[in-house]
Design a protein around this ligand. Structure first.
Ligand SMILES: Nc1ncnc2c1ncn2[C@@H]1O[C@H](COP(=O)(O)OP(=O)(O)O)[C@@H](O)[C@H]1O
Ligand SMILES: [Mg+2]
Length: 245
């Protein structure tokens, strides 16, 4: 992680939802710098605002107030076409439920975003095969999602996120639908991608295994940033807890 280079910055971000007469503050003034090449885990109970925060960093939703800077630009004052370009070329998205197209093969799922951004089909297929190989699925290119295990589906989704060589990978509860052992493999894979691809990885999780490999951990509660700490400090803290037992 290069602490001098900020890749994304949230400044006093809020997001409220109004349902009928009730207003929910999903994010209540979050400010945070995210550094180039770091592995940042966002921890917090269900409903604390993790996905809402992700959607802001990933240009999928607009803050009610506050700003997001992405690679030096004020994201939401950019023209919509430029925001779309950033989504297509600079960010990879991974979701808990994989979000694969069920009637398309692994190869087609991974090639799809490349074709949508205008790559030639042949080049897109070649790149898709390459990233599927990178995540260990070279022997599953033509399988449909329902012919794959949960872990393999998430690998396809990771390959899809990697296809455009993104600067930032956003993984929202990537192990949430997987058993422990498969989840651990996915965590290993994300860590490998951070190192080999020099990607910035931001995960939302309540999987404590994610703590071991994170550079920093942001703890979110009730839409607020409770703490932001280096993994080294978390280990000392947890060691302390261990001694007490
Ligand atoms: N589309 C929406 N409409 C209304 N309320 C929402 C919507 N999305 C999220 N919320 C509310 O915002 C809060 C934060 O949700 P979310 O970001 O999904 O939390 P997390 O990902 O940490 O589980 C929750 O109280 C949730 O109910
Ligand atoms: Mg969520």
């Amino acid at each position: 992680m290069n602490r001098t280079r900020v890749i994304a910055r949230a400044v006093d971000v809020t997001r409220s939802y109004t349902l009928g007469t009730e207003t929910v503050m999903a994010l209540n003034g979050i400010s945070m710098d995210i550094y180039e090449g770091e592995y940042l885990s966002i921890m917090g109970p269900s409903g604390s605002g993790k996905s809402t925060f992700f959607n802001m960093i990933g240009a999928l939703d607009i803050p009610t107030s506050g700003t997001i800077e992405f690679m030096g630009a004020d994201l939401f004052s950019l023209p919509e076409a430029r925001q779309a370009w950033i989504r297509c070329n600079k960010i990879g998205y991974i979701f808990q439920t994989f979000n694969l197209v069920m009637v398309m093969s692994a190869l087609e799922n991974v090639a799809l975003p490349l074709i949508l951004r205008g790559d030639e089909p042949e080049a897109a297929s070649k790149r898709a095969a390459e990233v599927l190989d990178h995540v260990g699925l070279s022997d599953r290119l033509h399988h449909l999602p329902d012919q794959l295990s949960g872990g393999q589906r998430q690998r396809v989704a990771i390959a899809r996120a990697l296809a455009n060589a993104p600067a930032v990978i956003l993984a929202d509860e990537p192990t949430g639908n997987l058993d422990k052992a498969t989840g651990a493999e996915i965590i290993e894979l994300l860590k490998r991608l951070q190192i080999e691809n020099h990607a910035t990885i931001i995960t939302a999780t309540h999987d404590v295994k994610m703590l071991d490999i994170s550079d920093r951990i942001a703890w979110i509660r009730d839409g607020k940033l409770e703490r932001l700490e280096d993994r080294a400090n978390v280990q000392i803290h947890m060691g302390g807890l261990g001694d007490a037992h």
